[in-house]
Design a protein around this ligand. Structure first.
Ligand code: IMP
Ligand code: MG
Length: 186
């Protein structure tokens, strides 16, 4: 029933960013990254689980030789907010000393997760660490997060789809949708 997600979820999810808008933005981000990293040892660090689709599309939009690593992070909190306490549930498989790391993240909300991850990666001796995030909610920032490549800035709404979940659901939606505040969603 993969062909019907829009209809299946229409009662509770509103489209915020369409599949076409995502594809166009990812294409441009890929071009920008390829220009900036030409001749360097680029390693994409995909933050699981939320960035798996974004990273898969972004990697194909970057016309450069590159490596891809995955890093599992779990941030504690309830289903829609983070506490800032972050645990690495699955680590990189190779050393990243002297590499140019580009963290690929789904969304920067309070910024606490990325602040933790940047510090953690910096201790491993990379040549550089930059951040590419598909989404950013500037109004929710609790710490300064420098974002080097940004897909879209959004309002303070809880979003799902294109890798992002709400209690593990909706990751497979091909678009970014806002969860309507029904009694279940509050
Ligand atoms: P932060 O530490 O508050 O910046 O939040 C980081 C993590 O919380 C993200 O990587 C997401 O996994 C999750 N998150 C924050 N906002 C949303 C949202 O609107 N939808 C789904 N996940 C979210
Ligand atoms: Mg995430």
């Amino acid at each position: 029933m993969i062909a019907l997600p829009t209809m299946l979820y229409a009662s509770e999810i509103e489209t915020l960013i369409s599949e076409q808008q995502i594809a166009e933005r990812v294409r441009l981000l890929g071009q920008e990254i390829a220009r900036d990293y030409a001749g360097r040892e680029l390693v994409l660090v995909s933050v699981l689980k939320g960035s798996f689709l974004f990273c898969a599309d972004l990697a194909r939009a970057i016309d450069l030789p590159l490596a891809i690593e995955f890093l599992g992070l779990k941030s504690y909190g309830d289903s829609q907010t983070t506490s800032g306490v972050v645990q690495i549930t699955s680590d990189l498989t190779r050393p990243v000393k002297d590499k140019d790391l580009l963290i690929v993240e789904d969304i920067v909300d309070t910024g606490l997760t990325m602040s933790y991850l940047r510090k953690n990666l910096a201790t491993r001796g990379p040549r550089s660490v930059k951040l590419c995030t598909l989404l950013h909610k500037p109004s929710r920032a609790r710490v300064d997060t420098s974002i080097d490549y940004l897909g879209f800035s959004i309002e303070d709404v809880f979003v799902v789809g294109y890798g992002l979940d709400w209690a593990e659901r909706y990751r497979n939606l091909p678009f970014i949708g806002a969860v309507r505040q029904t009694s279940e969603a509050t």
